[in-house]
Design a protein around this ligand. Sequence first.
Ligand code: PLP
Length: 396
Amino acid sequence: MISEKMKGYVANSSVIRAMFEEGKKMAAIYGADHVYDFSLGNPNVPAPEAVKEAIKDILDNEDPLLVHGYMSNSGYEDVRGAVAEHLNGLYGTKYAAENLLMIVGAAGGMNVFFKTLLNPGDEVVTFSPFFTEYRSYVGNYDGKLVEVPTDPVTFEPDPEKLAAAVTAKTKAVIINSPNNPTGVVYSKEVIARIAELLEEKQKEFGTTIFIFSDEPYREIVYGDYEVPWLPSFYRNTVVGYSYSKSLSLPGERIGWLLFPSEIDDFSDMTAGANVANRILGFVNAPSLMQRAVARCLDEKTDVGYYAENRKMLMEGLAAAGYTFVEPQGAFYLWLKSPEADEKAFVAKAKEKQILIVPGSSFGCAGWTRVAYCVSHDTVRNSLPGFKALAEEYGLR
Ligand code: PLP
């Protein structure tokens, strides 16, 4: 009965979500304290108190017809204006409400962007490993996702490999930094070189190639790492931002798309995105959440909490003899499987009640993702299991 395309999606349905469900079942059997579920990027730091206060105040003091009503498909004008001003303060830009569109999380925003942009057969490039859902977001509009592997040691993109993969059909390149699943923050040098090469490719083909900067983890960085602001490197950049991780609001489905005025076809792009938001059935981003985040633009999540998990995990895994990429941002640790078949390693970890995600789910076999947005106790108590597993593999 269901469509052929949907059959494909169901067959490849997210391994991560399946694991999350499995984790809940295991918790019922072994007790939640004895299951170390590192499968899902669901923040365990609560949203800042200011979010709750803002919601309460909005409900108590703003006009309910305004708060719960329809508004422009792009979102409340005052909210978009407030976000624009906030960005101007951070990046010295001159954005206004017309540059912003409020979205139903990064997922909603990417669907709006690709619905607006893609004809069947158009190509979108992503660096592997990559957030699995990109395949569906591009496939929804019959686009073709082209995977360009990152450097096998640093997991930074290789700009020359990107240039080789760009064709006359390339409509966009997705950049996700801080990266899910590797935790890598792409350096300024790499971004600048990508920008330079994409400018050349646009000239060569006489086309527009957008960078779509997928930035739900922008503020979650460790040490001195800085996340470059991509529109200042490359004119045809559209930014997708979400409050799912930065304010721990993943269930509330709220974020924004930024279309700088300088991009090609600005009017068509923004008019298209506005309509896409409506006809995809989102209509508009959740109204209460739009109003709430506009009051919390300076709020930050407790990155220190993730930093402590990161430190504990890195020390424990290094002592046990594992190889991994030191996370620079987000809350993921990219762990090398001690055997070539990382799915077998994931299965062995599961026997120790440790749930991690195979790298093949992100287009990169031989590695696994450990999402450490969990309690300190989960990290601490998982370490003996990781150690025992390392010993079985003879890592020490
Ligand atoms: N992009 C990346 C890289 C992600 O990791 C996620 C969620 O984990 C999303 C997009 C989707 O985020 P949202 O909850 O805002 O839709």
